[in-house]
Design a protein around this ligand. Structure first.
Ligand code: COA
Length: 369
């Protein structure tokens, strides 16, 4: 028992470890491997039309970008499928979007902040360098002194990875876990790097996981990492290898993300389709059983390639990247909520979530509504 406990705390993302832990757990404990879930999200949407009121937010179309940088609507649309994105207002930061998403998720679940037993925030664009966004969020929401921590730096895969972590935590103890994916990439990116800035937007999404009584069950989650590919998507400056200094400030390197777009593209397609295949195999289901695939919304061409690899028809794939761009770890919970709100998900549906991100990380979840 002691070894199981240590493993969970030191190797929390390893799906093989989780499998090993599941294997030795008692039948009573394994009942907790299917936590229920209630979803709710908030996008940085103009007029706060998503999930209730919020302060004014900035809609930014492709034509707006073409006034800033050397780009065109035609280039952005044909290479990415993105037509518009939303940016947070100047007076907002990460915890503002996260809190709104979390409050709406709590209301949707019929819960109060005091009911939450643990908080995980997936973000690469935190409220502060330290402490983590989850600490700010815990206080903002008025939660009890429960564990709260970030899953940071894992790029756009963060939210689905966080579901995996939450699920593993719930295997040990029945608890209610708030999982948030939030990103204010507009604060981090260079507004002059045309090959990068046109891809992104700001948003937040949240789900509440509990042992019973939710809208859906998480049947299983898989996650993986290939650390030999840290170079294909990275923001180096600010870490201990490349600390902030006058030179990085003067050159703007502190917000320069290095991305090998073509390699990221290839890896994304390969890993997301592989992760969905793996998770379905683990729950003894096939792609034909899936009512809706919700992939990370980075690029319509990536999504189409995943669809082709899986052999899924267009009507069984959720796409909203044209409206919001890539909102990092918020894309999956946001798309999940939007799909639910617009009737694309109904009771009895099997939904497959998948994401990839800097690391190189990937993850997928099978969710039964
Ligand atoms: N407007 C106009 N031209 C642009 C541009 C823009 N916004 N951004 C780049 N270009 C130019 C490039 O400079 C290049 O010009 P050159 O041929 O004269 O050198 C040309 O367009 C082609 O660039 P290329 O990189 O070949 O385009 P692509 O078809 O590979 O598309 C991405 C680029 C970034 C859209 C694509 O590689 C991609 O989506 N990759 C995955 C990125 C991703 O998802 N990142 C997030 C991970 S979570």
């Amino acid at each position: 028992m002691w070894i199981q406990f240590v493993c969970v705390h030191t190797g929390i993302l390893g799906c093989d470890l989780q499998t090993a832990i599941c294997d030795v757990m008692s039948p009573a404990m394994s009942k907790l491997t299917t936590p229920s879930m209630t979803t709710s999200v908030m996008a940085a949407a103009a007029g706060g039309h998503r999930a209730g009121g919020s302060t004014a937010r900035v809609r930014f179309g492709n034509h707006d970008w073409s006034e800033f940088i050397d780009t065109t609507d035609e280039w952005i649309t044909s290479r990415t499928g993105i037509q518009e994105r939303r940016f947070a207002a100047d007076d907002e930061a990460t915890v503002d979007l996260a809190a709104h998403a979390a409050e709406t998720a709590l209301a949707d679940a019929g819960l109060e902040a005091a009911d939450i037993d643990e908080i995980i925030v997936a973000t690469d664009t935190p409220e502060a360098y330290t402490p983590d966004t989850a600490s700010f969020l815990q206080h903002r929401l008025g939660c009890r002194e429960v564990p709260a921590y970030d899953l940071g730096g894992s790029g756009c895969a963060g939210f689905v990875q966080a579901l995996d972590v939450a699920r593993a935590r719930m295997m040990l103890e029945p608890k209610r876990v708030l999982v948030v994916g939030v990103e204010l990439i507009s604060r981090l990116m260079s507004w002059e790097d045309r090959s990068f800035c046109v891809l992104f937007g700001d948003a937040a999404g949240a789900v509440v996981l509990g042992p019973e009584g939710g809208q859906a069950e998480i049947l299983d989650v898989v996650a993986g990492t290939d650390g030999s590919k840290t170079d294909i998507l990275t923001l180096k400056t600010g870490g201990t290898r490349h600390p902030f200094n006058e030179e990085s400030l003067a050159s703007g390197a502190y917000h320069r993300l290095d991305m090998d777009g073509r390699r990221v593209f290839r890896e994304a397609v390969h890993r997301m389709s592989g992760a969905i295949t793996d998770v379905l195999k683990r729950v003894d289901r096939s792609v034909s059983d899936v009512s809706l695939v919700i992939p990370h919304q980075a690029n319509k061409r990536i999504i189409d390639a995943v669809r082709n690899q899986l052999g899924v028809t267009e009507d069984r794939l959720y796409v909203n990247v044209h409206d919001y761009g890539n909102t990092g770890s918020a894309t999956v919970p946001f798309a999940l909520w939007e799909a639910k709100e617009t009737g694309r998900i109904t009771e009895g549906d099997l939904v497959a979530l998948t994401a990839f991100g800097a690391g190189f990380h990937w993850a997928a979840a099978a969710v039964q509504f």
